[in-house]
Design a protein around this ligand. Structure first.
Ligand code: AGP
Length: 609
């Protein structure tokens, strides 16, 4: 959940590090720090708080060293403070770390017995002491790192500097992501590609249990026995601009407005309307495999879990295969009844969420076929799964997921159609009809985005509310959950998403004239039931904000506010209902002056359990 970066080259090292950390700050922003060589010594500058505090601190300094490492922190062990900020230096070794060292206490006690003095409460500091201890025993920099890594238990992405050699930088990964950027006469390590997209698009994606030695202009990947490993560089077609705000006030707003294009990119090259077929680059199942599919288990966390719940409706409706949906952190601890004949589908924007990754491993351990739906290319979950469907949403920087969610719904719709064709449940004509409806969605999404100022007015009118209730039924119940999550995570207003029919069994007690109740009224077979729930809210003077996709007249008479949703099929309606809810949450949070892109207590990818 932290972001790390490392650089070896001729540019101003401190600038490269802070620029990169700026693009990693969505991973955590409790403290920041850099270590750079200056006059052959490692200088450390670090501070509690956002990167801007560090930038201010070093603004009047210059360092002449060619090598450096940097870190932006999401606190796990030890509260946000200067002492707990990274880099951690012990003797001649400086380290930045993302992850959790599970056996740090026994290691620390062992080193303290040898006279080591620790200055922080972190688990990470033990790594610098451990490596330095081997250095003091006369081992080489690389050998000392390898020895130390053998003693560590847990997850780590590391950037390591040695005061004895400023021409060498070492990186290592286990469980936490680390990429190596191959520039022209310069080399980088980073937690994520956007950090160095400015300088290169050629990357090596390290595997678990690998380390990389950057020196003499080359990056040598090795396993922990010291054997050189084959590592194919990948060229990414993402450009730095994609990681810029492009004139929007926040990344989240930019990413909401990028959804029509993201939807098109996720469909592109995967459907043939002429033939009524669907295909994926990194996923295909033989007819026999589809016929033997008895069950699908979809597992994910947060917003991705809401997509999973919509996916259940799409797959069961179109392909007729029974689908379970599970929350990642619950899945493996309930010993799920799965095995051969079960396809485990894991959904993750970042592809690094530890709970979802653990669920994937549980599914594989039980002999299930696995498919990942991920946005970050070559992420851990994507590479560990048997198959992967990438959502082509591009880099998502805002912590609150928006365009990645909508492209997950598109990918699930295509997956449902693919399985339905494989099961022979739909013929080419039916597929052409269902694809024709999908192709209309980007245009309809654009229409919705044109009304953004209306949603802004609405948001400002109700931004004072202390609680919100979101109600939906059927395939739009998960969208009520998503609307509530978006509002909670960026506006800090308590909000609850609930199945509309379930409201009378409890939450209806919360409703009074102060409570905005957002109701999703889709044009599907539960519409009349939802209209009944609207009556129940009106009877308790709740403030009714209705999103309605047809016959607005009837809804307009009953609701205080109405947001019109363009007509589409019930299976695709969740995509259109989502967009105004994202903007409602965004404008409430922006109106309250919150840090929308980096909401408190959150991080973009949660890489610890
Ligand atoms: C959503 O806005 C949040 N950022 C969070 O709930 C997120 O969806 C969850 O952490 C899962 O992340 P993933 O899709 O990268 O696995």
């Amino acid at each position: 959940m932290c972001g790390i970066i490392g650089y070896l080259g001729k540019r101003n090292t401190a600038d490269v590090l802070t620029e990169g950390l700026k693009r990693l700050e969505y991973r955590g922003y409790d403290s920041a720090g850099i270590a750079v060589f200056h006059n052959d010594r490692i200088e450390i500058r670090r501070t509690e708080g956002k990167l801007a505090v560090l930038e201010e601190m070093i603004s009047k300094e210059s360092f002449n060293g060619a090598t450096g490492i940097g870190h932006t922190r999401w606190a796990t062990h030890g509260r946000p403070s200067d002492a707990n900020a990274h880099p951690h230096k012990a003797g001649r070794i400086a380290v930045v770390h993302n992850g959790i060292i599970e056996n740090y206490l026994p290691l620390k006690r062992g080193l303290e017995k040898k006279g080591h003095i620790f200055n922080s409460e972190t688990d990470s500091e033990v790594i610098s002491h451990l490596i330095n201890d081997f250095i003091e025993q006369g081992l080489s920099f690389e050998e000392s790192v390898r020895k130390a890594l053998h003693e560590l238990k847990g997850s780590y992405a590391l950037g390591i500097m040695f005061e004895g050699n400023q021409e060498k930088l070492i990186g290592a990964r286990n469980e936490s992501p680390l990429v190596v950027g191959l520039g022209d006469g310069e080399l980088f390590i980073a937690s994520d590609t956007p950090a160095v997209l400015n300088y290169t698009r050629d990357f090596i994606f390290l595997e678990d249990g690998q380390m990389v030695v950057l020196s003499d202009g080359k990056a040598t990947v090795k396993d922990l026995s010291g054997k050189t490993a084959k590592a194919e560089p990948r060229h990414l077609d993402w450009n730095p601009l994609m990681a810029e705000k492009g004139g929007y006030k926040h990344f989240m707003l930019k990413e909401i407005f990028e959804q029509p294009e993201a939807i098109i990119n996720t469909i592109r090259g995967r459907v043939s309307r002429e033939e009524g077929t669907i295909s994926f680059e990194n996923f295909s199942l033989k007819k026999k495999e589809i016929d033997n599919l008895k069950r699908i288990a979809i597992v994910a966390c947060g917003t991705s879990f809401h997509a999973a719940t919509v996916g259940k409706f799409m797959i069961e409706t179109l392909a007729g295969i029974p689908v379970d949906v599970d929350i990642g952190s619950e899945f493996r601890y309930r010993d799920p009844v799965i095995g051969k004949g079960t396809l485990v589908v894991v959904i993750s924007q970042s592809g690094e969420t530890a709970d979802t990754r653990a669920a994937l491993r549980e599914g594989k351990r039980k002999g299930c076929l696995s498919l990942a739906i991920c946005n970050v290319v070559e992420s851990s979950i994507a590479r560990e799964s048997d198959h992967v469907i990438y959502t082509h949403a591009g880099p998502e920087i805002g912590v609150a997921s928006t365009k990645a969610f909508v492209t997950q719904l598109v990918a699930l719709y295509l997956l449902a159609l693919y399985l339905a064709v494989g099961k022979g449940r739909v013929d080419a004509r039916k597929v052409q009809k269902l694809l024709a409806e999908l192709i209309r969605i980007p245009g309809l999404a654009k229409d919705l985005l044109r009304n953004a100022s209306d949603y802004q007015k609405l948001a400002r009118k109700y931004a004072y509310a202390r609680n919100f209730l979101y109600l939906g039924r059927g395939i739009n119940y998960p969208i009520a959950l998503e609307g509530a999550l978006k509002l909670k995570e960026i506006s800090y207003i308590h909000a609850e998403g609930y199945p509309a029919g379930e409201m009378k069994h409890g939450p209806i007690a919360l409703i009074d004239k102060e409570m905005p109740v957002v109701v999703l009224v889709a044009d599907d077979d539960v519409r009349d039931k939802v209209m009944g729930n609207i009556e129940e809210v009106r009877a308790r003077d709740g403030i009714l904000i209705a999103l309605a996709s047809a016959n607005h007249q009837e809804v307009r008479q009953k609701a205080d506010e109405v947001i019109s949703i363009p007509q589409t099929t019930p299976l695709l309606s969740p995509i259109l209902f989502t967009i105004p809810l994202q903007l409602l949450a965004y404008y409430v949070a922006d109106f309250k002056g919150n840090d929308v892109d980096q909401p408190r207590n959150l991080a973009k990818s949660v890489t610890v359990e």
